[in-house]
Design a protein around this ligand. Sequence first.
Ligand code: IMP
Length: 422
Amino acid sequence: MVSVIIGTQWGDEGKGKIVDLFSKDADFVVRFHGGSNAGHTVIVNGKKYPFHLIPSGILQPNAKGVIANGVIVDLEVLISEIKMLEEDGMELKGKLFVSDRCHLIIPYHKALDLAYENARGKDKLGTTGRGIGPALADKVSYNGIRIYELLDWENFVDKFTFQTNIKNKILKTFNIEPINVKRELDRFLKLRKIILPCVTDTYQLLQNALKDKKNILMEGAHGVMLDIDFSPYPFSTGSNVIIGAVNTGAGIPLKNLDQVWGVTKAYTSRVGGGPLPTEVHGALADIIREKGGEYGTTTGRARRIGWLDLEAVKFACQLCGVTDLIITKIDVLSGLEKIKVCIEYKLNSKSISYSSCGYNELSKLTPIYKELPGWKDDISKVRKFSDLPKNCQNYLKFIEKFLGTPVKLISTGPARDEYIKS
Ligand code: IMP
């Protein structure tokens, strides 16, 4: 059984908790794209675990974590997560596997990420500053350095020195301090020792798992609206976020996918720049942001808030072949008198689909809303669909009907046990 969890919005849909929950029955939980720009939070027994690279299912005793080839790895971030788990008594050898094909984030990627952002001035994209874009640019221009290079230290030293010298010339044009080759090599030598015991051929590992009919859970990061090809570029992240990344990023053939879970937050948030058609401002945005804890796990930035945008989610579901939906953070909407849902986009009085919009259209269009009555009761302790307030049930049924996809799980709070199966 292979299932995939995909975020159908702009990221931060609450995927971490869902991955943790589903990993209870998984043999392998696999990150296959993105990098440490992702932030997935899992709360177990009141303790918060913020993950950026290690799969969120690692806390489940039987699940093995895999960081497959499509992930861009910042060793410092990865090792700080390893240490966080080791402090809890977890032994990572034999529990966490990292592909030698993963490309590395090198300090010059972060420096370049910030340099480009500053140079953009008022047109900043609002990247996470984790070096993702520059690292992926190096990957496709054959200038990347992979974990594979770390296996042969002398080879790594050569490649690292060559690339850093080139990058230092570029950094100089931005008036940025050059990267000190010797100091960084000393640092990588230490990081290398910690990570090498987890490095393996994850392709073969997963192929064997498929052959042995193991349960594999693919943990999507970010959200479809940030996909490098299908978002309003350049307001994107650097990688493909859509379902095809399961194949390119982990080598799992798409014909092996049994279930594609689309995780959709009951409202919208976005961190960073770019159009957000259903964005709300003022007191309403503040209430939702505070109640939903809508601050970036990676950067701490306040997230922008909007009503649920079903035109966008419909596109994500179609593009990824979502078979089942999970609605998260529905509890955050409790107490609102009226709730709006975007059901259509209009531009110059004509209907326009999400897929035919670039960033210009998305910033100018008028969202058409359906207004639904809200509910007052606190629903975080509700465990049965039929015990939800009627208006909450109607909100969920409306989403399900509009998208033509069944809602199978409703998350009613951040803790592991706060959910309803429907
Ligand atoms: P980058 O991925 O750091 O290059 O940032 C590009 C854009 O994607 C920025 O607007 C980020 O805020 C956004 N982004 C990247 N990853 C995530 C995520 O996991 N959640 C939400 N936004 C993200």
